[in-house]
Write a protein that binds this ligand. Structure first.
Ligand code: COA
Length: 207
């Protein structure tokens, strides 16, 4: 039993030793990219970053960024990825957690405070390509539809959702696992499915 405890202790120490460089490296990379981030940033695993020098990215206080097989089981097979194009604005609020979440920001994506986004969820504010096949096949720069995404405070987005351009998700809303959100979700409602539809109101105290 003592040997087992010793092994667990050493294993835990090794885990912490691995996490520390991840945090240092991420902070260094964020500074290099000109990202403003608050205190208490917590990081697990490798975070993929592609941030244009002309993008504006603000990460609040006590934000959790987790990737892959680290701390959150729903993010096992997915890394957190922040991809921000030139001229885009990304805001991640205080005490918000991204667990294996992909955010691709072409115009504006805002996530409020105390919001949890589970493993494998993708958030896009762009169609990426033109609907016109000629434009699309000949390189569709400048002809792609974009529209801001706003996710409120204290929301909970389940695993493997896709939040599409132009969507606003109200405070304290819950999105069921595997949903594709194409329309605005009012505050304090549960929506789920593809396309996501109203499921129920959230009953209980709102703080
Ligand atoms: C959204 C969720 C939290 C709601 O749970 P719940 O309150 O127990 O809801 P219920 O199971 O009573 O479902 C209510 C209705 O919504 C439907 N529904 C629930 N989740 C759904 C989903 N993800 N996709 C499609 N429909 C869904 C149910 O089929 C049910 O429909 P019905 O009334 O026609 O029978 C839950 O379904 C869910 O998605 N959990 C996973 C969350 C997750 O991804 N966590 C990752 C870790 S953070």
């Amino acid at each position: 039993m003592k040997v087992y405890k010793l092994i667990v202790f050493i294993y835990t120490l090794c885990g912490k030793a691995v996490r520390f460089p991840h945090l240092l490296i991420l902070r260094f990379r964020l500074i290099c990219y000109g990202v403003k981030f608050g205190k208490g940033l917590s990081v697990r695993g490798w975070i993929n970053l592609h941030i244009s020098p002309r993008a504006k990215v603000v990460i609040g206080n006590n934000v959790m960024l987790k990737s892959g097989f680290a701390d959150n089981p729903t993010a096992c097979s997915s890394k957190t990825c922040l991809w921000c194009y030139r001229g885009s604005n990304l805001v991640i609020g205080d005490n918000t957690g991204l667990f294996g979440t992909t955010i691709i920001c072409s115009e504006s994506i805002t996530i409020g405070n105390k919001t949890l986004i589970a493993g494998g969820t993708h958030i896009y504010d762009s169609n990426f390509h033109s609907m016109d096949p000629k434009v699309r096949t000949e390189g569709d720069d400048g002809q792609v539809e974009t529209s801001p995404v706003n996710i409120g405070n204290q929301c909970w987005i389940g695993s493997r959702c896709i939040i599409l351009k132009g969507v606003t998700i109200g405070d304290q809303a819950v999105i069921g696992a595997g949903s594709v959100v194409t329309k605005d979700v009012p505050p304090r409602q549960v929506w789920a499915g593809n396309p996501a539809r109203f499921v129920k109101e959230i009953i209980g105290e709102s703080k």
